[in-house]
Design a protein around this ligand. Structure first.
Ligand SMILES: CC(C)(COP(=O)(O)OP(=O)(O)OC[C@H]1O[C@@H](n2cnc3c(N)ncnc32)[C@H](O)[C@@H]1OP(=O)(O)O)[C@@H](O)C(=O)NCCC(=O)NCCS
Length: 187
């Protein structure tokens, strides 16, 4: 049995906050998926999130945190706590002290550093709080924004997984794996 994923109620850098998702976040969360029709595929979902799917996952997340398997965070603005995106820690391996991270930022908020800040805060939680050794992420080779964010948050690209997954339209994109170790410099 894995230990629970217990995190501080919020972690922030003065501009961006990672905190649990709350009911008032559900509408802006769903709006981001409506505003960006490519977003659900980017985050590995077959369909866009709705307020209902978010509410269901948020309820399930309580059990997932207790079982130590996955946790989702709101990426919020420090100045007014408004939801700007979300970050998922998943494929948590306590045995290997390793986890995987995925994130999105709502279309209107992209390009102002929120993604980089959120990823740096996730490193703080995973290395500082959980004491893990490795945080990794997978993204399509074509996702230049995510690759830029990862590099700026201290992640190193380790290789390309060719035709790694099959998309609903039959495409088989190449995927980059990138990781930051606890011993790596922050970026
Ligand atoms: C990837 C994502 C989270 C980045 O969030 P963000 O808040 O915009 O990130 P930042 O503002 O910190 O940085 C964006 C960087 O990407 C760069 N960028 C943005 N679009 C780009 C593009 N089309 N080509 C190249 N670089 C791009 C920006 O220039 C910036 O880098 P720079 O500051 O060095 O110039 C956001 O674009 C997003 O939510 N995308 C859709 C979901 C997604 O793809 N998630 C990752 C799934 S693995």
């Amino acid at each position: 049995m894995s230990p629970p994923l217990a995190f501080p109620p919020r972690v922030d850098d003065g501009v961006v906050v990672l905190r649990p998702l709350r009911e008032p976040d559900f509408a802006p969360f769903a709006r981001a998926f409506a505003d960006d029709p490519a977003l659900h595929r980017r985050v590995g979902r077959a369909t866009p999130h709705t307020e209902r799917s978010i509410a269901e996952e948020t309820a399930a997340e309580v059990r997932a945190r207790e079982r130590g398997t996955w946790a989702r965070f709101a990426i919020a603005r420090a100045r007014d706590d408004a939801l700007g995106g979300a970050l998922l820690l998943h494929d948590v391996s306590w045995r290997h002290r390793r986890a995987e991270v995925g994130l999105w930022v709502a279309p209107a908020g992209r390009g102002s550093g929120a993604g980089t800040r959120a990823l740096a805060l996730a490193c703080r939680l995973v290395f500082g709080h959980l004491g893990f050794d490795r945080l990794q992420l997978f993204t399509e080779t074509s996702n230049r924004a995510m690759r830029a964010v990862a590099a700026r948050a201290g992640f190193r690209e380790e290789g390309v997984l060719r035709a790694y997954q099959r998309e609903p339209d039959g495409a088989r994109p190449d995927i980059v794996i990138a990781a930051r170790l606890a011993s790596d410099p922050p970026g």
